[in-house]
Design a protein around this ligand. Structure first.
Ligand code: GRF
Length: 197
């Protein structure tokens, strides 16, 4: 059976992207085929290149021409999309084409602390300001709204007295790195088993 080709979209540092690339490195059935960023400073772009992964840095204007992007993904035979810290809203033609074949990770227990502008530190600051006793991660399918698609997986972590943005970020990042690759693998495996039934 041919491998499932995955594209990862990032906007920031890309620690999740690198972790996912590492996880699937030796797995034959899932191929990380493309790493795309709208930020030329993304650390993972350079690292991805070193690992021989095709990387693309695009500007936000070219992202607006979403027919071009969809055609590009199809020309690369992409089967599945992973958003890992990608901050732009995904255009409708792409969410439709990749319905239930595109996932995102969010650093809170959605529906709490999601939506436009809620990313990175802002999420953790809001959690701390509201004196939440727990936070966590959410992995969900992507639809045409920010952080709104069907939830696939959540994992909680305690917010302890004395936690700050730095400690909470670290706790959440550990959860992300532990679970995101495994959940991606489960989702793709389940799609493949349905399509070949
Ligand atoms: C992660 O916290 C993820 O949940 C959110 O963006 C962050 C990306 O971090 N969507 P990194 O660039 O993978 O280090």
């Amino acid at each position: 059976m041919t491998a499932i080709n995955v594209a990862i979209f990032i906007s920031g540092y890309g620690s999740n992207a690198l972790n996912i690339i590492e996880y699937f490195d030796k797995k034959k059935s899932i191929n990380i085929a493309l790493l795309l960023s709208n930020n030329s400073q993304s650390f993972a772009i350079e690292k991805g290149q070193e690992k021989g992964i095709e990387t693309v840095v695009f500007n936000n204007d070219s992202f607006k021409n979403n027919d071009l992007l969809l055609h590009y993904l199809l020309s690369k035979q992409i089967d599945f999309i992973v958003l890992a810290g990608f901050l732009k809203l995904i255009p409708k033609n792409i969410t439709h084409h990749f319905a239930e074949k595109m996932v995102n990770i969010h650093p809170s227990l959605l529906p709490k602390y999601g939506g436009k502008g809620m990313y990175g530190k802002q999420v953790h600051l809001a959690v701390l300001e509201n004196k939440e006793t727990e936070s966590g991660i959410t992995i969900h399918y992507v639809n045409e709204e920010y952080d709104d698609g069907h939830i696939i997986f959540q994992k909680k972590v305690s917010v302890e007295h004395g936690d700050d943005v730095v400690t909470l970020t670290k706790k959440i990042q550990q959860l992300e790195h532990k679970y995101y690759p495994k959940i991606i693998e489960q989702v793709i495996t389940s799609i493949v088993s349905k399509e070949f039934k």
